[in-house]
Every structure is written in structure tokens, then in C-alpha cells.
Design a protein around this ligand. Sequence first.
Ligand code: UGA
Length: 339
Amino acid sequence: MKKILILGVNGFIGSGMVEQILSQTDWEIFGMDLDDSKIKDFLSHPNFTFVKGNMLDEDDWVENHIKLCDVIFPLVAVANPALYVTDPLHVYQLDYEANVDIVKLCVKHNKHLVFPSTSEVYGMSTDIPFDEYTSKLVTGPINKQRWIYSCSKQLLDRVIHAYGLQKGLNYTLFRPFNWIGPKQDNLKSSKNGSARVLVQFITNIRDGKPLQLVDGGMQKRCFTYIDDGIQGLIEIIRQSDKSFQEIFNFGNPLNEFTIKELAELTIEAMKKYPKYKENAMNTEIVETNSENYYGKGYQDVDRRVPSINNAKQKLNWVPKVDMLEALQRTLDFHFLEEK
Ligand code: UGA
């Protein structure tokens, strides 16, 4: 039986892991987070121990649980592009500084570190697809602070790799490609940049506001349903010998759509919920530019396609959920009672 530590367990990925791991395995999970809103249904599960708290103030708990567990997932991070532009220091401090200490503790206690890298590390690379071991990582100038997230993650990837090389750290890096699903960002407000694109579109339709296409909306993403991504993480834990010092892209190349197409698909999908049908039918799609939408310091990625050969070969992992199914499952989670 494995023991797994998840820091940031109430996040999109952490909460998905709790749900899937507790239903598929007999593994034990220990988790810490500031909040428990997404994991409430599992708090009394015998294989789940949750502590509400800030990992930055709980050094002893964190180190003791790194010692206790076999596999460590440091998932505390922010991953919303609007924040990269408005609060780059916070992004660096949380995503890099807070996490490098966890990396060092994994080295000290000789634990399997599974670290969330990101599709953003490939930046504006023109490779199609992005390959974990051969693609160049391409970012923009310093005054485009959008890249601080990409660079913070990339530096930590490099530090982890160096610990592997020089100290034998057992690590696995995984790179989510636009994971979507029920518990992503909250449907809080339709203010620009409150959430990543799908949740932003759903919220705007709900609130009767137009969908805004940044710089024309011809940029493309490969949207990946959360359960497929989580299955990849479970395979990393299950087949730890095959994931030793490996990097895996987890994305769905078959779900590639422009942001304009995503807007149209989301409107169509929302029409199935009577409460929002009229809003969906009247939703306008308008164009804006990135400076208006995000402010100065933004720069975009035009196309982002994962190579998933490494995950296929080493872990026998392939994504299974197509885009329409992913959209429906996400909307049902929020609005099923209104269908
Ligand atoms: C995301 C985030 O950086 C992270 O969540 C993550 O590390 C990574 O990429 C990933 O999930 O793979 P991005 O894909 O740019 O970055 O994030 P979104 O906010 O979902 O935006 C996607 C695209 O839609 C961008 O081109 C953005 O300009 C556009 N967009 C967003 C709109 O056209 N309209 C909107 O209302 C919102």
C-alpha cells in the first residue's frame, strides 16, 4: 500500500487525485490545503487524512509527512495567465520559492517527487508537437511578464533534473496541456481574466455577457479532460520504476480547437440547459486585443500540441475523453439540476 502526500490537495488536480485514487486503489492520501471546498465528500474516508493549513507556516507537519510518505506531489501554485501579468512576483514566490524547499526535502529524505511542470515551458516553440526531450523552450522578453510562470517552472524543472543527475533524486515531471473539467476554476465572476478560458466562457454565458476572443481567437489549444490527466498521474505512481527521472506530457492532441471554436462549442453545449438556453442563444462573440483584456506584459502561444509518445510507451497511457464529452461532463457538474 502506497502513502501519498499532496500539498495543495484542494486544487483542481489535487481534488481530482483524491477522488480517483480513493475509488481505484487502496493507497493512503495525506493532504494539506488552505481550503477544503472541493474535497468535502472525502474528508471522512478512512484512507484520507486532511489538515487545513498553509504549507508555508507548517514546516514540521510538511517535513514529517514527507518522511512518512512514499510519493510527494507539491501542487501548491497559481496557474492563471491574468495573474502572471498583474502579480508576477507572487507567481514566482509561490510557484518557485515555496516549492524549491519541498524539492530539497525530497532529496534529503530520498522520496519520489512528482512535480507539476507545465505545457507553458515550451512557450512559443514552433515545434508541432512539443517533445519532452528535444523541443526548445522559447519565451519572450523580460517586459512580457507573462513568461514568469513558464520560467519559474522551467527553472524548477532544471533544478530537479540537476538533483537527479548529481544526487540521484527519484523524480517525475508531468506537463498538463490545458486540462479542463468540473472543479477547475470557480464560476465566480465574469470579470475579464477571472478564470482560464473555458470557465470564463461558461461564466460569461451564464451571466449574459459576450465571449471575448483575445487577438482574434485563432490560437489553438489541445483540451484534456481532467480524468485522463489524473489517470496519467496514477500510472506514474503505479509504475514508479518506469517513471524514474522521466518527463511526461499529458495532453489530448485529438481535442485541438481554436479559441473561437471553443466559444462556439461552449455556446452550443449551454443550450441544452433550459435555464441558460436563452442566454446561450443570445451570446455574442466579440474580438478584443490582449492589452485590453490582460493589460501590458501579455504575449500568447499560438499553437500547443503535445507529443504523448513517452507516456504511451512507458506508462501505456492514452487520453480517452473527447471534447464534446468533456464539455458535457463539466457543464453537468455545474448545471445538471437545471437540465
Ligand atoms: C494555461 C495556463 O498558463 C495554465 O493553466 C497552464 O499552465 C497551461 O496553460 C495549461 O493549462 O496547459 P493558456 O492556455 O494561455 O495558459 O490559458 P487560458 O487562460 O485557458 O487561455 C487560453 C487562450 O484563450 C489564450 O490564448 C487566451 O488569450 C484566450 N482567451 C482567454 C480568450 O480568447 N478569451 C478569454 O476570455 C480568455
